[in-house]
Write a protein that binds this ligand. Structure first.
Ligand code: AMP
Length: 279
């Protein structure tokens, strides 16, 4: 497995892979890899001949009051997992290698990134789009895989790819959950045993809402109200709970099965979790 820290080395390697006629798949991550990330790597392998995993805790997507410094970093274990998954190359740059000190160019999606998590985290998606655009230029992938876990992120990236003509297929891989339903996340390790138990109210209330939709319920406000009540009762206060169009993220009053999603973010003290379900 190749381990690159320099952007130039990654780029040269990727261009050589393409010259050899190989399809390149990219899985961008911030490390602290878990089963969710591994499922993206496996999905990338189904669509590409060689897979690149980037591991980079991207400073530009964290606001000063967020957990950039404290974000969990488990590099040795991440490399072991990538090797075991048959990853061809890991890209492990430093912030200094990714961002010249006088970098002054941003990539910003201005519509899908504004609501939901973007409302709570105003600079987050600008940082995500900028770093993902840079990774796309460096790895020159044919395919890139992102997780449904971060539903708004995939929608924003898809829009950026369309608007800026990146010749890259974007794949959205399903959410990997713990056996009891909690969506896997690198930040789950911050949960106390009690918060871990009450956090189940997020995935449970979403699953129950989906079951209601499957049984014929179409009233978005009713579903949202029920979810709010359930997570709040468990101590998880919603930032947002919204039934939305799965492509445009525009809020819906009436569920359109096959084209809708329920997006959810909840807080418990300083903890914040997101989850979603396709309807
Ligand atoms: P992160 O390292 O948290 O930035 O995530 C890197 C990629 O893994 C993103 O595309 C995430 O959406 C995806 N991901 C994280 N958790 C999960 C999960 N539980 N299931 C599927 N994909 C995930």
């Amino acid at each position: 497995m190749n381990i690159f820290t320099s952007p130039e080395e990654l780029h040269a390697w990727s261009i050589e892979q393409k010259r050899l006629g190989r399809l390149v798949g990219l899985v961008p991550t911030m490390g602290c890899l878990h089963e969710g990330h591994l499922s993206l790597i496996r999905e990338a392998r189904r669509h590409a001949d060689v897979v690149v995993v980037s591991i980079f805790v991207n400073p530009t997507q964290f606001a000063p009051n967020e957990d950039y410094a404290a974000y969990p970093r488990t590099e040795a274990e991440d490399l072991r997992l990538c090797e075991a998954e048959g990853v061809a190359a890991v890209f492990l740059p430093t912030p200094e290698l990714m961002y010249p000190p006088d970098a002054s160019t941003w990539v910003e999606e201005t519509r899908l990134s504004k609501g939901y998590c973007g409302a709570q985290r105003p600079i987050h998606f600008r940082g995500v789009c900028t770093v993902v655009a840079k990774l796309f230029n460096l790895a020159a992938p044919d395919v890139a895989v992102f997780g449904q876990k971060d539903f708004q992120q995939v929608a924003v990236i898809r829009r950026m790819v369309r608007d800026l003509n990146f010749p890259i297929q974007i794949i959205r891989a399903p959410i990997v959950r713990e056996p009891d339903g909690l969506a896997r996340s690198s930040r789950n390790r911050y949960l106390s045993p009690e918060a871990r138990a009450t956090a189940l109210s997020l995935s449970r209330s979403l699953a129950e809402a989906k079951a209601e939709v499957d049984a014929g319920e179409r009233d978005a406000a009713k579903l949202e109200g029920e979810i709010r009540a359930k997570t709040s009762a468990a101590g998880w206060i919603p930032d947002y709970v919204t039934v939305a169009d799965a492509d445009t993220l525009v809020p819906l009053q009436t569920v359109r099965p096959g084209a809708s999603v329920i997006l959810l973010a909840c807080r418990n003290g300083t903890l914040r979790l997101i989850d979603n379900v396709l309807l």
